[in-house]
Write a protein that binds this ligand. Structure first.
Ligand code: NAP
Length: 305
């Protein structure tokens, strides 16, 4: 029987682990498929307070992991595939293990959204990517398309110009959603070109050739065209990782876990949610870490009562 099981190892989960471990709760943290979470897919993090010159995302997560372990948190490199939250003690299933616990902290984060094309899935990892910082390096001297009109798309497009000769941003409307500063930066970059009112209908190529182009449709004229590119980066937002909690805990219409105002409490007493899995608004490492701290403190108080 555990006092606390933490599901997920991004800034939210690891901060919860630091606080819970320092409160002598000996938490068990199950890291998930992407240990360290989305920050391990980024390079320099410049806005995490305390690092005047910035810190590399993977290094920041490594430091958080060591900090949690120093105080006695137990980290397991496994993936939770089921939970039972309707009876107490709760049950959490990972690998071939089952653990019972008095409290659960959910910090499973979110994952990149896909356009939903068959050819996008087929060519994922063969020219289709959701992470410029992971895969940009493979596109030195090549032509790339980025789908999306938000800050992520602007950021990825700008980053990719370090490698690519040309980056086409394809956006489904005629107005970008991105913040003014990110738009300006992308628009000033001579390697970035914008195609508006346009969607990708098909990704062309095979696993052998990689991506060779895109079939595009102008949503106003309905005209079809082809764009020759070597890679497609999908940057259209994220989905919360809440599949295993469906039907057991209250989610909002987009699938994010509902937490009570100014709290990480969910509708189930003893279950707390923190980080991107319950935050469609801020989605920052520092806000995730802050809510991880809240979850651990609220769980500790709940256990005391
Ligand atoms: P987002 O703001 O939700 O933007 C998603 C973009 O993708 C929108 O332009 C949307 O089009 C488009 N889109 C969505 N589904 C699509 C589909 N099926 N096909 C084609 N296009 C589709 O997501 P985000 O850019 O990932 O940003 C999320 C949050 O993180 C924001 O709050 C953002 O400010 C923040 N962020 C900040 C930074 C930074 O400051 N450095 C970097 C990245 C993200 P519509 O515009 O038509 O809806």
């Amino acid at each position: 029987m555990r006092n606390m099981v933490i599901i997920g190892s991004g800034p939210a989960g690891l901060t919860a682990a630091v606080y819970a471990a320092r409160a002598n709760l000996q938490p068990l943290l199950i890291e998930g498929k992407e240990p360290g979470g989305q920050l391990t897919l980024t390079t320099l993090v410049e806005n995490y307070p305390g690092f005047a010159d910035g810190i590399m995302g993977p290094d920041l997560m490594d430091a958080m992991r060591k900090q949690a372990q120093r105080f006695g948190a137990e980290l397991v490199n496994s993936h939770v595939h089921a939970v039972k939250l309707k009876e107490h003690p709760f049950r959490v299933y990972y690998g071939d293990q089952e653990v019972q616990t008095k409290t659960v902290v959910i910090s499973t984060g979110s994952s990149a959204k896909l356009i939903g094309l068959e050819t996008e899935l087929q060519l994922m990892g063969h020219g289709v990517s959701t992470c410029a910082t992971c895969d940009g390096f493979f596109y030195r001297g090549k032509e790339i398309a980025v789908v999306g009109g938000g800050d992520s798309a602007m950021e990825e497009a700008t980053f990719l110009t370090k490698f690519a000769t040309n980056v086409s941003v394809i956006h489904r409307r005629d107005v970008l959603r991105a913040s003014k500063i990110m738009q300006d930066r992308a628009m000033k970059n001579p390697k970035i070109h914008f195609t508006y009112n346009t969607v990708v209908e098909e990704v062309l190529g095979t696993k052998q050739t990689g991506v060779t182009g895109l079939k595009l449709r102008n949503v106003r004229s309905r005209d079809l065209s082809e764009l020759r590119v070597d890679g497609l980066f999908v940057a259209i937002g994220h989905n919360p990782n809440t599949e295993i909690f469906k039907g057991q805990i209250d989610l909002d219409e987009r699938g994010y876990i509902k937490t009570q105002p100014d709290s990480t409490r969910t509708n189930i007493p003893g279950v707390f949610a923190c980080g991107d899995v319950q935050d469609p608004v801020f989605r920052q490492a520092i806000t995730a870490a802050g809510s991880g701290c809240m979850a651990a403190m609220e769980a500790e108080r709940w256990l005391e009562h």
